[in-house]
Design a protein around this ligand. Sequence first.
Ligand code: FAD
Ligand code: DHB
Length: 393
Amino acid sequence: MRTQVAIIGSGPSGLLLGQLLQNAGISNVIIERRSPDYVLSRIRAGVLEEGTVSLLHEAGVGKRMDHEGVVHTGVQIAFGGMSRRIDLGKYAEGKTVMVYGQTELTRDLMAARTAAASLTLYDVTDAAIHQPLTDHPYLTFSVNGIKERLDCDYIAGCDGFRGISRDAIPANIRHEYEKIYPFGWLGLLADTPPVSHEIVYGAHERGFSLCSMRSMTRSRYYVEVPLDAKVEDWSDDRFWDELKKRLPEPYSAEIITGPSLEKSIAGLRSFVVEPMQYGRLFLVGDAAHIVPPTGAKGLNLAASDVNYLYRILLKVYREGRIDLLEKYSPLCLDRIWKAERFSWWMTSMLHRMSDNYFDHRMQQAELDYFTGSEEGLRAIARNYVGLPYQDVG
Ligand code: FAD
Ligand code: DHB
């Protein structure tokens, strides 16, 4: 088999890149180690920046999102028994965010790929990257026990944090930066109306909480739990009781509970690898970086990497601008480190980081300062809606 761009992984990064390239007439094949149903069963992110939304429109997959997604012009931060609003429109030059689940976005991208008759090979095993430093890189893998070879011009490693692409960069060139947090998020999805029409991030002595949604009839809630917490120990009743204890009035009194559709625990991690390019191999999305979910940057960073790689490849194929290939990594990393900073800062400010009462008072003062001053509100709002993309040149 031969294609122009070989893509490893059919998460949001791989699918979005594939769709943009396909529309531009650049052939691509995606290989994915899981089944389509498995990929769609993962409940993950929910908040899209305007840059991500525009890119989805550009890829021609914005129709259902426009119809079913909910535009948010503000978010709430609850602490010290009250809630303060970050007016995104006012403090981020009219920008907003869109609440639309990663599962739905993935479903739309998969449907568009099927309609365009682009090839995705699911359930592949033993994927390996060969000769990324030459002009003739290729992948090998097995499907249904049959060994295949895919020759290509470029390889996009969109295979998430536990994929194979990152390790294809030799250890003496690769620099990894990591921070693991001593807690996780227990998430619950329920067919109940959300407690507020806006997302509420809550800081409390008992720990962090988050009230989000997928629609006006489906809620997504999270509570901070210790790293060794087990989902089996968290009945729905225990979850709802804990959430209520962490929220101020009126949310705690007004929350509508119901049976969970899904419940899972995710650990929190900050991670960045440098560089994100090795010859003709490019790392995209979670393959190259992880942020703790506070601030909703994971999926949006994946989209901004796709934006840069797509625009560079377009100029490479249309204008012969191979000089741009080496700009991919620095362009992405500039934005990634700023989003890493914001996610780390929001995590530190909103979670129970220590038992030290001084640290607790520092958090309170920080929350009060940032949600109570024009400059603080502006700093949160501008980062929350997403920093601008740069021109690739
Ligand atoms: P992924 O979505 O991980 O996709 C990678 C794909 O590659 C997968 O389908 C995988 O099966 C495939 N793959 C891996 N290895 C191979 C291989 N060897 N061969 C072929 N295919 C392979 N972000 C937020 O903003 N908010 C959230 O609330 C949030 N919650 C999250 C909860 C969890 C449990 C996790 C894991 C992530 C969460 N994220 C969240 C982050 C967000 O979901 C990711 O940033 C986003 O999915 C990144 O997309 P991606 O396509 O780069 O990687
Ligand atoms: C959601 C997840 C986040 O990480 C976040 O910051 C806001 C909302 C969500 O799943 O809806």
